[in-house]
Write a new protein. Structure first.
Length: 260
């Protein structure tokens, strides 16, 4: 009986030790799981015309020359996004089609960003030459989105449609379909912008609020007169001039820690 009691005591002690050991191991695993090495950035693009919100079909604006115009469609590609600064990170498969008529397209999240400090962002307006000649594609690059001409001419980098009293086109229309991806006809533009303050990813999420000023399409460095330039629908010198203008339409307004 005394032997049985001793044996029971030994078994109980071993069981307690085992449970305690498992608890420590579980706690260790929990700590490991919570040691996040990546974070994310939610990017929001707010389309505007100068200081006013862009409203399709109903609101009138003025260009750099003081001419009135209205916008009925405003679509463009934001691709090859990189976070830059002390650390650098390139979003894989980075192709986003921003459409003013679709609010969900104006907000997207860059995931799996390695911990580090980032001082700015760079991206392309338009689709790079490789993807222009890569055959049928899906998602943002699907030809059914209405942003593709042909394998020779490639993607439309930016599409703006509307009307202006000064336009000499049928029904006073404005139609700027800006494309071209090779040589002197390339309209793909790389934009680099600094954040108002650096962001430090440490398993955390940030919100970056950007603005795209559509009026810049018709301003500097190449002022657009709607009486002579109101329709662009193929690669060429005029498309390149418009692209030089819209390269300057983006700005970062605010960065903040993203709260879910």
């Amino acid at each position: 009986m005394k032997f049985a009691y001793k044996l029971f005591s030994v078994i109980a002690a071993l069981a307690i030790t085992t449970v305690s050991s498992c608890k420590k191991e579980d706690n260790h695993n929990d700590d490991h799981d919570n040691n996040n090495t990546t974070g994310s950035v939610e990017l929001m693009i707010d389309n505007r015309v100068k200081t006013e919100d862009l409203v399709l079909d109903t609101k009138w604006y003025t260009n750099h020359l003081g001419d009135s115009f209205q916008i009925s469609k405003f679509n463009y590609y934001v691709t090859n996004i990189k976070l830059i600064g002390g650390s650098n990170y390139a979003e894989p498969e980075s192709y986003h089609l921003v459409e003013e008529s679709k609010s969900s397209s104006q907000v997207f999240t860059i995931k799996n960003i390695p911990n580090g400090t980032y001082t700015g962002i760079s991206f392309m307006i338009g689709v790079d030459s490789l993807r222009n000649v890569s055959g049928a594609q899906t998602g943002a690059l699907d030809a059914s989105n209405g942003m593709f001409w042909s394998w020779n001419s490639g993607y439309i980098q930016l599409k703006m449609e509307g009307k202006a009293p000064k336009s000499t086109a049928t029904d006073k229309m404005l139609k700027f379909h800006i494309g071209g991806f090779s040589g002197a006809n390339s309209t793909v533009k790389t934009v680099s912008l600094n954040f108002p303050q650096a962001i430090t990813i440490s398993g955390s999420s940030y919100h970056v609020h950007m603005e795209a000023n559509a009026a810049k399409m018709f301003g500097m460095p190449n002022a657009v007169d709607f009486s002579t330039t109101n329709t662009v629908h193929m690669p060429g010198a005029t498309a390149v001039k418009i692209a030089e203008n819209y390269a300057g339409m983006f700005s970062v307004k605010e960065v903040s820690v993203h709260t879910h």
